[in-house]
Design a protein around this ligand. Structure first.
Ligand code: ZN
Length: 164
């Protein structure tokens, strides 16, 4: 599957839309799930929000997406939404508590429809982010935060490299 070339200072990154799988059709069921999901956070179901929501949660599965990957999927579904709108809408979904942002490195943000604390695998070979088994993670201690600060979140991203 082809990715979208993303220019960075260092090189060209190809973000795959693999995490989305095939673009699900906007079935009445997907739209209904999307509507419910938005109303759970008191977000008005505008056409663009609904279109993105049904791509994200329309099949009832959790997803990790990049703004670029979701943008590609929404275009494939026949809807015209700008990348900036996709990004801003994902941010709004995070602010509303519907999604969580996971930053893998400075240049790449993933958005997760699963909002509880859980670790991730980052697959360096193709830039995928997937859930890692939370029950196998044990954090014995954390550094004391500096004065006047508390730990807001601890993101665990385990980077994978192919061995063979
Ligand atoms: Zn996740």
């Amino acid at each position: 599957m082809q990715g979208i070339p993303l220019k960075t200072d260092r090189n060209t990154l190809y973000i795959r839309v693999e995490t989305l799988g095939k673009t699900p059709p906007m079935t009445p069921e997907a739209l209904e799930r999307g509507t419910k999901w938005l109303s759970g956070a008191d977000l008005r179901p505008t056409r663009q929000r609904l279109s993105l929501a049904s791509l994200l949660v329309g099949d009832g599965q959790n997803r990790h997406v990049t703004a670029e990957g979701l943008h590609e999927a929404v275009l494939a579904s026949g809807d015209k939404v700008s990348l900036a709108t996709v990004y801003n809408t994902l941010k709004a979904f995070c602010d509303a508590g519907l999604m969580r942002e996971v930053t893998v490195d400075g240049s790449r943000s993933y958005f997760d429809t699963r909002t509880d604390d859980h670790p991730h695998f980052f697959w360096e070979e193709d830039g995928r982010l997937t859930d890692a088994p939370a029950e196998e993670l044990e954090i014995a201690g954390l550094p004391t935060p500096p004065e006047h600060h508390e730990i807001a979140t601890v993101d665990v991203v385990i980077r994978l490299r192919r061995t063979t």
